[in-house]
Design a protein around this ligand. Structure first.
Ligand SMILES: *[C@@H]1O[C@H](CO)[C@@H](O)[C@H](O)[C@H]1NC(C)=O
Ligand SMILES: *[C@@H]1O[C@H](CO)[C@@H](O)[C@H](O)[C@H]1NC(C)=O
Ligand SMILES: *[C@@H]1O[C@H](CO)[C@@H](O)[C@H](O)[C@H]1NC(C)=O
Length: 436
């Protein structure tokens, strides 16, 4: 890897989202080079109380600085801390009147134009006049704010080992109050939602990538997982289910909702009313099933969670003693009585059955978490303490060592089920790209 082929796209500052001219510009300036088919974002699992995070690094600014960002699969706008530490000669506030401005908020339908919104020194990052203001959302710390939109240079690697640049990646500015709950060194959130301003669509527009990305999270904190933006040759054997739109925010909502029909444990349906899974239940703006890394463990609406825990405990072999709960978990067992297998502890199978009949099967490695030397707990939590609002959010622990593809163009999500049962893992998958 000593001969990195570095290419700079263009010194012309073009807006990324106005695609026909872009596709042309990029092709024209790189005509002698192959366009990348996919880009990589390395992902590290970071242990952090109370919520572990999956963290990526993007280089940004001039001169380039590596910025750590927590990965949020459902977020619409990426954002980063804009304070005195933001130093860049290519920072460009997004002025009012561009199409991006009206896309920058899920909650407003009109663009929001303001003068130096956040306070601070005029004409520094986060504080410029006549700029559009977008949503800045931190679902890890549960804070919703707003901030100046801006563009700046960013750089990532392509799957074939080149360094590539985007001259004008659009981000929002967060202030220090927005940092609540983020792990040490994390300076913002990388939005991988299904909307236009999120990274998959911005990178797809800039490089002409397929509008999809693949997530493979490593269960280890010492070996990376990866997000592969664009084409993924390893995705042929995935099972797909459609992604649907939540009615309140519709296409302004970045979350990937899947149509979950039922949950089975050892083939027995977990008994709870079907309406718990529908949109608008128990309140407007709530409900539905999504997938997201901002929850370290699958989070469930409390009534679904209690039914789920009861069914799981019932299905557990009777000779495995239950031990005291370890917060935030509700079903913990003495693991010396649980056999170990290559796909984790031998516990009841959990199947998420989608409306189109496709089944996401979760085995011990994804359903149980070791909390002590001889204690293991069911790794699903009651979302009571969080307010993201979906009925179920399939979280990080359940996504680990699964290849999950978010196919934005075709409104579907594909998943592999545990790679461990195929004698591979996400760190092995990621190593093909990251240490190439
Ligand atoms: C691409 O740009 C070149 C040079 O600006 C122009 O001549 C050509 O017509 C453009 N092609 C398309 C398909 O827009
Ligand atoms: C920026 O906006 C503030 C508040 O509206 C105003 O007082 C100031 O004169 C403006 N500065 C410039 C350079 O436009
Ligand atoms: C688990 O079982 C072993 C063997 O019976 C016992 O020594 C240990 O104390 C138990 N642990 C817990 C947390 O109950």
């Amino acid at each position: 890897m000593n001969s990195l082929l570095v290419f700079y796209f263009s010194c012309i500052l073009f807006p990324i989202l106005i695609s026909p001219s872009i596709a042309n510009t990029t092709t024209a300036t790189t005509s002698s080079l192959r366009q990348p088919k996919s880009l990589i974002l390395p992902v590290t699992k970071v242990l952090h109380f109370p919520r572990n995070q999956y963290v990526t690094v993007i280089k940004q600014r001039t001169p380039l600085v590596p910025i750590k960002l927590a990965v949020d699969l459902g977020l619409e706008n990426s954002w980063v801390l804009c304070d005195h530490s933001y130093v860049s000669s290519t920072y460009k506030p997004q002025h009012c009147g561009s199409p991006e401005c009206s896309l920058a908020s899920k909650y407003r339908t009109n663009e929001d134009c303001r003068d130096c919104f956040a306070g601070g020194t005029l004409n520094t990052p986060g504080c410029n006049n006549n700029t559009c203001i977008g949503d800045v959302e931190n679902d890890v710390g549960n804070i919703l704010g707003a901030g100046e939109l801006f563009r700046d240079v960013a750089s990532v690697e392509s799957a074939d080992g080149r360094v590539v640049y985007v001259p004008n990646l659009l981000f929002g500015c967060g202030d220090t109050m927005m940092m609540e709950g983020l792990a040490s060194g994390v300076k913002g959130i990388a939005a991988l939602g299904r909307t236009k301003l999120a990274l998959p669509s911005q990178f797809a527009a800039a490089f002409g990538l397929e509008k999809k990305f693949t997530v493979c999270l490593s269960s280890s904190t010492t070996s990376n997982g990866v997000v592969l933006l664009g084409k993924n040759d390893g995705s042929k054997s995935l099972a797909y289910t459609p992604t649907i739109f939540e009615p309140s925010f519709g296409k302004r909502n970045g979350k990937y909702y899947v149509d979950l029909n039922s949950i089975k444990i050892n083939d027995k349906v977990v008994p709870f009313p079907r309406k718990y899974l529908s949109f608008g239940y128990p309140l407007k703006y709530r409900g539905g099933t999504t997938l997201n890394t901002i929850y370290p463990y699958t989070a469930m609406f409390e009534l679904i969670h209690s039914a789920f825990v009861n069914s799981f405990v019932e299905a557990m072999p009777k000779d495995v003693p239950r031990v005291a709960d370890v917060s935030p978990f509700k079903a913990c067992f003495n693991s010396t009585y649980i056999a170990k297998t290559p796909v984790g502890p031998a516990v009841p199978r959990v199947d998420f059955v989608m409306k189109n009949g496709v089944v996401w099967r979760m085995l011990g490695t994804n359903t149980m978490v070791e909390v002590d030397k001889d204690v293991m707990c069911l790794a699903f939590v009651d979302y009571g303490e969080y307010s993201e609002g979906s009925a179920i959010v399939i979280g990080g622990h359940q996504l680990e060592d699964n290849l999950v593809q978010f196919d934005i163009a075709n409104n579907r999500v594909g998943f592999s089920n545990s790679l461990l049962s195929k004698q591979t893992s996400c760190s092995m998958f990621a190593a093909k790209y990251i240490n190439a």
